[in-house]
Design a protein around this ligand. Structure first.
Ligand code: HGY
Ligand code: MN
Ligand code: MN
Length: 411
């Protein structure tokens, strides 16, 4: 059998996605597999067992990044496929998992067909892509690629229980010994659900992703004065909750003001003491700003900072800001984007180019080697939501485009 008329085994891919989705399964659907949680450990155990069954050499680095490698006819830098298996608290079955499991499916298809590729092939599951529990997002690929030190990452504390990345890696038994940084890779491919509405609305199957928009995450801490909700006249208040509320409204207007594809979200908010009859004395909230244009993103950040400075004076509170994550817009390798388009056309799948609204490991690995992404549609553009859904045919189509593109790169 030649490599050209190979197809992945769709049922096998779908059953692995189902099996992985059972780890952290939520009542009523969806998945909660927060980074370095017990559910993440179980998922890691399952994925590494599959890697070993496929004969891959499994390597775990000091941040728990998992890489399974299949030798090529020649030595040298591998072509890597991969993504992440951690999820947000209200995650779906496919965000991240598809990219890792489709990589395993490509390997098993080549094993079944007895096909050896010229270059080695690797499949990666990067630690903590979501950044929901430990910021920044794409932490694992940042450390794997070398932009973030493993020591810095180990020291990051969780928003939920204050424990560190290092403590949790040790607790779940995934602090490996392999060094991090400066990986030797020939190319990197990530298959991922679009998580937006474009492919679904246009009735297309494959996205050849040209790049990822810029991302700015800020944690804002407000120190006001808690006081009695009934006895404190409005003129005497220093209301931390009001600052959060005003900012939520401000960022919505900021997105319209900046225009284009600017998006803005206050996703996490904690009031203290969070009681019905107490003026909030302190508050912590996050602001997520994104734009495909770096200048516009910078303007959005500057306007947010000016708004908060002015609000602090007017409300008589103290506001401190802490950058949780900051990524400039990324362009993927044009030749690889073309390979993806060619592979989709060869399989007869409708396709278009588009940019990614979500952050991905590929945008970090693109700093170490040529990288690109393949998207498949998200039903009604929904993701980071338990109703996240992608048609099985589309999942299989994406994995076949991954196989075709991988073979172009590995031979
Ligand atoms: O936030 C993101 O874009 C990604 O899901 N971590
Ligand atoms: Mn993802
Ligand atoms: Mn995600």
């Amino acid at each position: 059998m030649t490599a050209r008329n190979l197809n992945i085994d769709g049922q096998r891919l779908l059953s692995r996605l189902k099996a992985l989705g059972e780890i952290g399964a939520l009542e009523g659907g969806g998945v909660c597999r927060l980074a370095l949680s017990d559910e993440d450990r179980l998922a890691r155990d399952l994925v590494t067992s599959w890697m070993r069954e496929l004969g891959l050499e499994v390597r775990i680095d000091r941040l728990g990044n998992i890489v399974g490698t299949r030798p090529g006819v020649e030595d040298g830098p591998p072509v890597m496929m991969g993504s992440h298996i951690d999820t947000v608290r209200t995650g779906g079955l496919y965000d991240g998992s598809l990219g890792v499991l489709a990589g395993l499916e490509v390997v098993e298809t080549l094993n079944d067909a007895g096909i050896a590729t010229r270059r080695p092939i690797a499949v990666a599951a990067f630690t903590n892509e979501e950044g929901a529990r430990f910021a920044p997002d794409m932490m694992g690929s940042l450390v794997f690629e070398g932009s973030m030190s493993v020591e810095e990452a180990h020291a990051v504390t969780a928003v939920d229980d204050g424990t560190t990345v290092g403590e949790n890696l040790a607790r779940i038994g995934y602090e490996g010994v392999a060094p991090c940084g400066a990986p030797a890779l020939h190319a990197f491919l990530e298959l991922h659900i679009e998580q937006g509405p474009v492919l679904d609305e246009e009735g297309l199957v494959i996205g050849a992703v040209e790049g990822v928009q810029g991302i700015s995450w800020t944690e804002v801490r407000v120190a006001g004065v808690s006081n009695h909700a009934g006895t404190t006249p409005m003129r005497l208040r220093h209301d931390a909750g009001y600052v959060a509320g005003a900012t939520i409204g401000f960022v919505r207007e900021l997105a319209s003001l900046i225009g284009g594809d600017q998006v803005a979200t206050v996703g996490r908010i904690e009031l203290y003491p969070n009681l019905v009859n107490v003026v909030p004395g302190s508050c912590t909230f996050t602001v997520d700003l994104r734009n495909s244009d770096e200048e516009c993103l910078r303007e959005a950040e500057q306007r947010l900072h000016a708004f908060l400075d002015d609000l602090a004076t007017r409300e008589g509170v103290e506001i401190t800001r802490h950058a949780l994550a900051r990524f400039v817009p990324t362009r993927f390798d044009e030749d690889m984007v073309r390979l993806i388009e060619r592979s989709a056309a060869a399989l007869g799948h409708s396709a278009r180019r588009l940019s990614s609204g979500a952050g991905h490991d590929a945008q970090i690995i693109a700093r170490a080697c040529p990288a690109a992404m393949i998207f498949v549609p998200s039903h009604r553009g929904i993701s980071h939501n338990i109703d996240e859904h992608t048609e099985p045919d589309h999942l299989v189509a994406g994995a076949n485009v991954l196989l075709g593109t991988l073979l172009d790169l590995a031979d």
